[in-house]
Design a protein around this ligand. Sequence first.
Ligand SMILES: Nc1nc2c(ncn2[C@@H]2O[C@H](COP(=O)(O)OP(=O)(O)OP(=O)(O)O)[C@@H](O)[C@H]2O)c(=O)[nH]1
Ligand SMILES: [Mg+2]
Length: 453
Amino acid sequence: MTRKLPIIALATAPGKAGVGVIRISGQNLSSFANALFQKNLAPRQANLLTLHDQHGQAIDQLIAIYFAGPASFTGEDVLELQCHGGPQLLELVMKRCLEVGKDDGLAIAEPGEFTLRAYLNNKIDLAQAEAIADLIDAQSEAAVLGAARSLQGAFSDDINSLIEEITQLRILVESTLDFPEEEIEFLENAQARQRLSTVKEKLKTLLEGTKQGKILRDGIQLVLVGAPNVGKSSLLNRLAGEEVAIVTPIAGTTRDRVRESITIEGVPMHIIDTAGLRETSDLVEIKGIERSWDAIRLADLVIFLTDAQTTYEQDELKAQILKELPPKCAVLEVMNKADLLGDSTNLTTGEALLISAKTGAGIDRLKQKILGLVGWGGSQEGVFLARRRHLDCIERAKEHIERSEQFAANGNNSLELFAEELSLAQRYLGEITGKLLPDDLLGKIFSQFCIGK
Ligand SMILES: Nc1nc2c(ncn2[C@@H]2O[C@H](COP(=O)(O)OP(=O)(O)OP(=O)(O)O)[C@@H](O)[C@H]2O)c(=O)[nH]1
Ligand SMILES: [Mg+2]
């Protein structure tokens, strides 16, 4: 992952376009650029040039910009070629560059390799590098803004200030460990407990923000389940605002999972409509029902839909669903077909929510309930995009801070353990920005980038 050779890639999307950008990054590209254009390129200037092939035939008239390292995206020398955007033409430009750069070892870049170099050369930290990938992948306006905030360093700043506070505490503790006679008064003098509880509060706020950020990035897997004919597909269609799933009065209409992604107040929801759960001998339906259970096992939120007119108990089915739920997945009981109940002014009955997929009654309330259950705080302001990895690290750091708090409460006998917990908390936070990283993590993160970034 950390080769030093110069790399090249098409930075714009493949296919026809007005302009196509090819980027080259390497430790010293001046002689390469000179060989390509027979001219020394002044850094950071747009140069209108003609690129020729080995026989002197013009390939393209293009704009070349030379960024001398370290003042470049990757921190190395970068040459950016803004060509006309034809796939064949770009292919020829690439070929010519590879020919000219052959002796320097110029190679096609791996996915994310430009950003990896930017990270390794300290141009950005790891959370910012991830934010670049998230910015490119962002599916909604809110996700774009959230990723941009992370890229600007809002998330990293929060992490770094926490690391700094923990570092200060550690310096105090460790210096006390060197002078045992002073240990006794350490906790009081250094106001360790107060400082620790401030760190804990900040971690809690950060954890909340990160949870929101993860919801915004990944969305919510929302699975609609229930007996056949209760109106699951009708509810999907109602939420999606179009006829995505087939609806008929025949029980067992939906055989396979139907997926649709929507947003509720800017939050991405990946809704899965499933085959109605029942005993059946129909082979196709049995397969479909197996898939319903598979979907439940991966859900963030399950809506257990019933028909409001049904008089029989569904406790057994509900118990079965509860058993299959993944950890932290909530179940929302919703009763459908409220319109058939006659006068339904009151749309909540006990724990269950009453709706009508047919008329739309109760749907707004259902949406609010969904957002509440998945932990959406209601505002996108200030939210930065975050990943599962970040959430895990912050949760772990919080656990270690809580443990160190217990050792602090025990008095000075546990000062060493106190220090150890602080250092573990610091390590997990450092993992987020890449200050301290397990070996295999870099490869995993950057392999998910697109080529040319
Ligand atoms: N009156 C009324 N009928 C509804 C409502 N929702 C669904 N239906 C009707 O109930 C029948 C079954 O609806 P579906 O949406 O196909 O039910 P389902 O749960 O997806 O059924 P399966 O796919 O067989 O599991 C259809 O005839 C719908 O028109 C509602 O809110 N009110
Ligand atoms: Mg259906």
